[in-house]
Write a protein that binds this ligand. Structure first.
Ligand code: ADE
Length: 242
């Protein structure tokens, strides 16, 4: 996944620590992430945590102190993997359902960094000392539990990379979208003008930009009321129940 020699420095370097590097391979070759990597704007390096296990059996997990089900990822291989990276200022993120929520505001902040390290947890969790020793911030992509941090890291990576200057051609499409304002994005339509009896709202065909923008604002408000009333200050966000 690294760029060919002789090309310019990437805007963003991301080192991903995972037990399953192959999960990242296809997503990093396709679509927006694929273009950003192939174009050299973003460099992603995948590191197999197991390669940093020091014992004969390459053990990366162990029983949790205090009992309870599930295995915990050991701190040594993860800390060694980060310490094996070159010197430089890095922002270290541990993907975890126990982290603070990933928001567009945090995505924007991460997109301004030049070097991110994403640590993907697995099993019941990661030894807590990793957080303190590496100065890592724990980030969750939502109130639900995945089998590991890999899919969460990919979601974060895609959200961040599309904000790296030069990755999305039409900068405007990055601005007028959900979460950029207080509202969700307005509905979009394309051809055909009528599909299975459902017509595109006339106003969008009117050519009257004032009316179109008022309609879009109203439609965005209505969608926000319906899908995310919490964004309008109408009660707490829906939390995932068990
Ligand atoms: N690992 C498991 N679940 C996760 C989540 N919701 N966010 C980030 N990492 C996770």
């Amino acid at each position: 996944m690294s760029r060919a020699s002789g090309e310019q420095e990437p805007r963003l370097r991301v080192d991903v620590l995972t037990l399953f590097p192959r999960i990242f391979e296809v997503p990093l070759e396709e679509s927006l992430l694929g273009r950003a990597v192939a174009g050299g704007l973003v460099e992603v390096r995948l590191h197999d945590i197991r390669g940093f296990a020091s014992d004969r059996h390459r053990q990366v997990d162990d029983y949790g102190f205090g009992g309870g089900p599930g295995m915990v990822l050991k701190p040594e291989p993860i800390v060694s993997a980060v310490e094996a990276l070159e010197e430089g200022t890095k922002r270290v993120v541990l993907l975890s359902p126990a982290g603070r929520s990933l928001t567009q505001a945090l995505v924007k902040e991460l997109a301004k960094e030049s070097w991110l390290v994403l640590i993907c947890g697995r099993y019941e969790g990661v030894d807590e000392r990793v957080v303190g020793l590496l100065g890592a911030e724990e980030v969750s992509i939502g109130d639900f539990v995945l089998a590991g941090g890999e899919v969460a890291a990919l979601a974060m990576l895609e959200a961040v990379v599309r904000l790296v200057p030069g990755v999305v051609g039409n900068e405007e499409s990055v601005i007028s979208e959900s979460f950029e304002g207080r509202l969700l994005d307005h509905p979009h339509y394309t051809r055909p003008r009528e599909f299975r009896g459902a017509a595109v709202p006339d106003v969008l065909l009117s050519g009257d930009h004032g009316r179109i923008s008022r309609w879009r604002r109203e439609a965005a408000l209505e969608k926000t009321r319906r899908n995310r009333p919490d964004l309008l200050g109408d009660g707490p966000p829906g939390r995932a129940s068990e």
